[in-house]
Write a protein that binds this ligand. Structure first.
Ligand code: KIV
Length: 273
């Protein structure tokens, strides 16, 4: 039996089948070692273009390139075995035409071996989502707040606070679902609207800052671990690794400075952490 057939990874259809079922657990990861940790507990690992903020310190996700996504997507695939790995299509790699989107998505799938791509936008991207889905590219949508549009939005603000503003977001959700996406991220959307979208569309909704009224949840790993200098208000922290890392670095620096550091008499062996 080949290694490939011995390991069963979750697939886009597996996630699609979770509509109204057990909630979908999704987290971001951008590198092999965190992917291995996340993989044990998550259904989906998102190689988000938030890597532009988290890994590179950019203010927005706009500067992220396709090559950056492919490099980190490949690393996450090497680190994980079970979760479906979804790689974000970065700004500028899919909006010009459905053909451009297909070529970018094919590069992502071929070069990383991941199981699906994610792209931002609702009704305006529906034709592209259908084009990709019909040609063997599983697509996760992303509606509500779409961070790649920051330069036209002006700021990161919650969507659908007033019922009068719900219609375009509901149309976006329906369009992405009808176009054949296997699931959709719903970002920064008020709870009653998130509930209505989840009740209305056929595919699972995965919320971020969109309440528990979704079929699953996603967070940026570094945000929930307390490693990001700034996090959105809705993020619940499950760790506080920033201070723990700083204390460890301080201990190391102090050992080096006081020459209390293991010398060559210690055999260079790897031990499991
Ligand atoms: O890039 C990302 O991490 C994302 C999530 C916030 C959904 O798109």
């Amino acid at each position: 039996m080949s290694i490939q057939s011995a390991i069963k990874r979750k697939t886009a259809p597996d996630i699609r089948a979770r509509k109204n079922g057990e909630p979908i657990v999704m987290l971001t990861s951008y590198h092999a070692h965190t992917a291995a940790l996340v993989d044990r507990h998550c259904d989906v690992i998102l190689v988000g273009d938030s890597l532009g903020n988290v890994m590179h310190g950019f203010e927005t996700t706009v500067p992220v390139t396709l090559d950056m996504m492919i490099l980190q997507g490949h690393a996450v695939m090497r680190g994980s075995k079970h979760a479906l790995v979804v790689v974000d299509m970065p700004f500028g790699s899919y909006e010009a035409s459905k053909e451009q989107a297909f070529h970018s998505a094919v590069r992502i799938l071929k070069e990383t071996h991941c199981g699906a791509v994610k792209l931002e936008g609702g009704a305006r991207m529906a034709e592209t989502v259908a084009f990709l889905s019909e040609r063997g590219v599983p697509v996760m949508g992303h509606i509500g707040l779409t961070p790649q549009s920051i330069n036209t939005l002006g700021s990161f603000r919650a969507q659908g606070r007033d019922e009068s503003s719900w219609d375009p977001i509901l149309r976006d959700a329906q369009a992405i679902s009808d176009a054949g996406a296997f699931s959709v991220v719903v970002e920064a959307v008020a709870e009653p609207l998130a509930r209505k979208i989840t009740e209305t569309i056929a595919i699972p909704t995965i919320g971020i800052g969109a309440s528990a009224a979704c079929d699953g949840q996603v967070l940026v790993l570094e945000d929930m671990l307390g490693l990001s200098p700034r996090t959105p208000k809705f993020v619940r922290r499950y760790g506080n690794l920033g201070p723990a890392i700083e204390a460890a670095v301080q201990g190391y620096a102090s050992d080096v400075r006081s020459r209390a550091f293991p010398g060559p008499e210690h055999v260079y062996e790897m031990k499991k952490s």
